[in-house]
Design a protein around this ligand. Structure first.
Ligand code: ADP
Ligand code: MG
Ligand code: ZN
Length: 476
């Protein structure tokens, strides 16, 4: 996407993350995704009259961990009632934080070196979940709506960025880095597809040097890709509007993933006066300094530090290697790389295999421990297994567990003696003298002709690189 020279997009993101607590924010109901609807409720989270909230200590701890990881200041805070009607919010108000949030004023550094300010990261409760039947899943035009209150009262932290972001790609990088931080603090599982991390984007356009334009807020961004596409679309829409003499109205817009467009949900004229007032059933939240320091001390390394640590294992890493390092950290498989390197595997190999072979299904990897991963890569490095074979062993370990040597034997992988390979190559040269002649004259494409045949004859067990070396050596 490109706005014309001199114009730029301005973005601020509001990210809601569900906290990984055992119970909800103000009651003892289970906080778990995917249960039968309306089985995890009680008078408090159903908002029944006379019920009283009791603050969840663990939620406060996780909120502080998020704030500290974002270099924010943890302060005494208060809870407010944000009043509005919605069928999935039975109290008709949401308990949130308003003018005194638990965390304020931080920043997040992105891999490209840019820094995005964090205005606040406050605690609040989630609402229930509505499902609209008919009408394309939206409330307007729906035939009926179902409400599940299991999510009602689940603890959330809302992280509000400053309007420091200047492109859709940077917004995506911010959301990805924040997701990594939320996972690293243990506060969230970061699963956007399950709604445990939800991103709203505020977007405006302006001429560089002039004041910011009027912003629109976009909802329903369910993936990093949607976030990026929606911002690009919205920036172009606003620019076209302004360029043709129109004005941007402040409003909330819905991103339609299938059609790739945003459309008006509600405008700010009909907007929300939430009548915030302090929640009378909760006292001020005053975290003891010692408690804050204990949470700070308990924070593990954040993704940026972990990437730097892994990159330092490589000398002069290439961009591709740095990408692989990023993937290892995203997948959270740093410990696999560490174990392999500790056992003498080259860092390059360990990082590449971890990035490529531990994603996807292998991510669940019941039987693939760091130790088994390391042992497999050692077999590969020693030439006992080819690269293809090592990958197959890892895939089998991920599904069924076992020890690498045993698995390799079960898969029928045996070391090809070099003599055996040479014999095979001799035979092939005899059978295909023309091709061999052309290879000797320097036609390197014929190398594939011969390696392919060796692979077929050995049912893929030969190491392609070793075969190539033997062919080249024979050519002289
Ligand atoms: P509200 O209470 O209406 O949500 P906030 O002050 O909390 O308003 O701001 C919400 C988000 O909008 C923040 O992430 C902020 O960075 C962003 N924002 C503010 N002004 C602009 C602007 N002109 N363009 C883009 N984003 C903006
Ligand atoms: Mg807001
Ligand atoms: Zn409850």
């Amino acid at each position: 996407m490109s706005l014309p020279e001199g114009w730029e997009v301005v973005v601020g993101l509001e990210v809601h993350t569900e906290l990984r607590t055992a119970t909800k924010l103000f009651c003892g109901c289970a906080n778990a995704f995917g249960a039968e609807p309306n089985t995890q409720t009680c008078p408090v989270c159903l908002g029944l009259p006379g019920s009283l909230p009791v603050l969840n200590r663990r939620a406060v701890e996780l909120a502080m961990a998020i704030g500290l990881a974002l270099h924010a200041t943890v302060s005494s805070s208060t809870f407010h009632r944000k009043n509005y009607f919605y069928p999935d919010m039975p109290k008709d108000f949401q308990i949130s934080q308003y003018d005194r949030p638990i965390n304020a004023g931080g920043y997040l550094d992105l891999p490209d070196g840019s820094r995005v300010g964090i205005e606040r990261a406050h605690l609040e409760e989630d609402t229930g979940k509505s499902t609209h039947l008919g009408g394309g899943g939206r409330i307007h035009g729906a035939e009926r709506s179902l409400v599940d209150y299991n999510r009602s009262g689940v603890p959330l932290v809302e992280i509000v960025s400053a309007p420091d972001i200047r492109s859709a790609a940077q917004a995506r990088a911010y959301a990805a880095e924040l997701r990594g931080i939320l996972i690293a603090t243990g506060a969230s599982d970061g699963r956007m597809e399950e709604g445990s991390m939800r991103v709203d984007a505020n977007v405006s356009v302006h001429r560089v040097g002039e004041p910011f334009g009027t912003r629109c807020e976009m909802k329903n961004l369910n993936s990093l890709r949607s976030l990026q596409r929606a911002i690009d679309y919205e920036a172009e829409r606003q620019y076209a509007l302004v360029a043709s003499g129109g004005v941007v109205r402040q409003e909330t817009r819905h991103w339609d993933e299938d059609r790739g467009v945003t459309s008006t949900m509600r405008s700010k004229e009909e907007a929300d006066d939430y009548r915030y007032f302090q929640e009378p059933d909760l006292v001020e939240l005053v975290p003891e300094p010692a408690w804050v320091e204990a949470v700070r001390a308990g924070l593990g390394p954040m993704p940026a530090a972990r990437r730097a640590h892994l990159a330092a294992l490589l000398d002069e890493p290439t961009p591709a290697q740095l990408d692989a390092v990023g993937t290892v950290v995203d997948l959270g498989v740093d410990d696999f790389v560490e174990a392999a390197v500790a056992q003498g595997v080259e860092a390059d190999r360990a990082i590449a295999r971890a990035a490529n072979e531990l994603a996807g299904e292998a991510r669940e990897r019941p039987g693939l421990t760091p130790g088994a991963f390391a042992a497999t890569l050692r077999l590969e490095q020693a030439g006992e297994l080819s690269a293809t074979q090592a990958k197959a062993v890892l895939a089998t370990l991920a599904l069924a567990g076992g020890d690498p040597v045993g698995v390799a034997r079960e898969l029928g992988f045996e070391r090809m003696a070099a003599g055996e390979l040479e014999g095979l190559i001799d035979g092939l040269i005899g059978e295909h003298p023309d091709e061999w002649g052309r290879f000797c004259e320097g036609d390197d494409k014929l190398a594939q002709f011969f390696t392919g045949r060796v692979m077929r004859a050995t049912r893929g067990q030969a190491d392609g690189k070793v075969v190539l070396d033997l062919l080249r050596a024979r050519r002289g």
